[in-house]
Design a protein around this ligand. Structure first.
Ligand code: UD1
Ligand code: UDP
Length: 367
């Protein structure tokens, strides 16, 4: 396919990038701004990708890179070569990337080497945990970008403290746009709650490499769920399913009476699951943010040693509980007993991030 000449290139590759880029795609469409949507293929299962295009009513990608590698450098290298080729063919004025995945890094590196300005959506997050690939990726992308869209003032402060080259703007996070736009649709359309074994439950997700690729940590997390004071509903990320099986934990975990495992669910069902839950346990970045959005407003136990989203902690939504069973169960009890109300608004914006981003890019003449 030839693609639209000179149009902005918008790159996605994984589930959260599709969710968080969707409001921008809609905003481009609403204003009649041309773009080429590119999918790297990093996430390729229908449940991790195609289903999100359908539910978020996104146009088909103009280009699919179909990357095959599963190693980090392999994914990055293959996607870089693909983005470089499309940049050569279409001559974009801008490459827009989101977040901190290997696809994001590849898009930014290829754009920089093709001398195309980069817009980074969700700039300035820092976990200060250098075990995390995402921390490498976001740091490199921030320092290559011309336009940095910081979700919060804290992110802007971090970027200015690092003397980034590009122009930094505080816009909020597009995930709040996505939640606000889709929660009413989820309430109308999703039937997932009717199919659950449990009426009152905590929702869990796990996929972070530092957690699920470490057998000891994975075992402790699975035990925490089985011993939790409330039943657990957990849509399972393919990486996590693979690791649970490799570690011989799958059979016991998937048939445990306190746990209901689901395949990865679509966005509407996931929103319904969040809205219906008593509490959320997660190592996901996006889920920490979504839990603070007005339609959801849930307490979150962050199953990690650190978070690059401290705003959710400061606002009272999230508690970083680590990965040790005793502490997780202690904080689980505390969260169920907590009576203090949660704020009415999200620290990650008011749901108009995409509009602000497109406004800034238009004013800069890059669309
Ligand atoms: C990636 C991102 C992570 C993001 C997550 C969102 C990086 C470094 N990591 O992690 O930041 O939070 O996506 O979910 O870019 N798999 C499938 N089918 C799929 C996708 C994955 O089977 O559609 C399995 C494969 O075995 C694959 C493994 O999951 O090797 C890991 O996938 P990968 O995209 O490398 O990393 P994620 O853990 O998904
Ligand atoms: N999500 C979903 N179905 C699921 C799990 C997550 O739709 O089974 C959505 C969730 O609402 C959020 C995004 O996927 O928008 C988060 O993706 P993930 O946790 O995989 O990645 P991260 O945000 O940690 O990068």
């Amino acid at each position: 396919m030839a693609g639209r000449k000179g149009a902005a290139l918008m790159l996605v590759g994984t589930r959260p990038e599709i969710v968080k880029m969707a409001p921008l795609v809609r905003e481009f469409e609403r204003r009649g701004v041309p773009f080429n949507l590119v999918h790297s293929g990093q996430h390729h299962d229908y449940e991790m990708s195609g289903k999100f295009f359908e539910e978020l009513e996104l146009p088909r990608p103009d280009f699919k890179l179909g990357i095959k590698a599963s190693t980090p450098a392999g994914q990055t290298g293959e996607a870089m070569v693909g983005v470089e080729r499309i940049a050569r063919e279409t001559g974009p004025k801008l490459v827009l990337v989101q977040g901190d995945t290997n696809t994001t890094l590849a898009g930014a590196l290829a754009a920089a080497k093709s001398k195309v300005p980069i817009g980074h959506v969700e700039a300035g997050l820092r976990s200060y945990d250098l075990r995390m690939q995402e921390e490498h990726n976001r740091r490199v992308v921030d320092h290559l970008s011309s336009y940095l869209f910081a979700p919060t003032r804290l992110c802007k402060k971090i970027l200015l403290g690092e003397n980034v080259w590009g122009k930094v703007s505080v816009t909020g996070n597009t995930v709040i746009d996505a939640c606000i736009q889709h929660a009413p649709i989820a309430e109308r359309k999703s039937k997932v709650l009717e199919r659950l074994r449990f009426k009152r439950y905590a929702l869990a997700t796990l996929h972070r490499a530092e957690n699920v690729d470490d057998p000891k940590v994975l075992k402790g997390l699975a035990e925490s769920m089985m011993e939790a004071p409330l039943p657990i509903v957990m849509p399972v990320h393919p990486r996590t399913e693979k690791r649970l099986k490799e570690q011989g934990l799958w059979k016991k975990f998937s048939t445990h009476e306190n746990v209901e495992l689901l395949p990865p669910v679509g966005y509407l069902d996931f929103l319904a699951l969040m809205m219906g839950s008593a509490l959320i346990l997660t190592d996901s970045g996006g889920v920490q943010e979504e839990a603070t959005s007005p339609p959801i407003r849930k307490r979150v136990l962050v199953l990690r040693l650190s978070t690059e989203r401290p705003e959710a902690v400061r606002a009272g939504f999230a508690t970083v509980v680590g990965t040790e069973k005793g502490r997780i169960l202690e904080k689980f009890d505390e969260a169920l007993r907590a009576r203090k109300g949660l704020p009415a608004s999200s620290p990650f914006g008011d749901g108009n991030a995409a509009g602000k981003i497109v406004e800034i890019l238009s004013a800069q003449g890059c669309l």
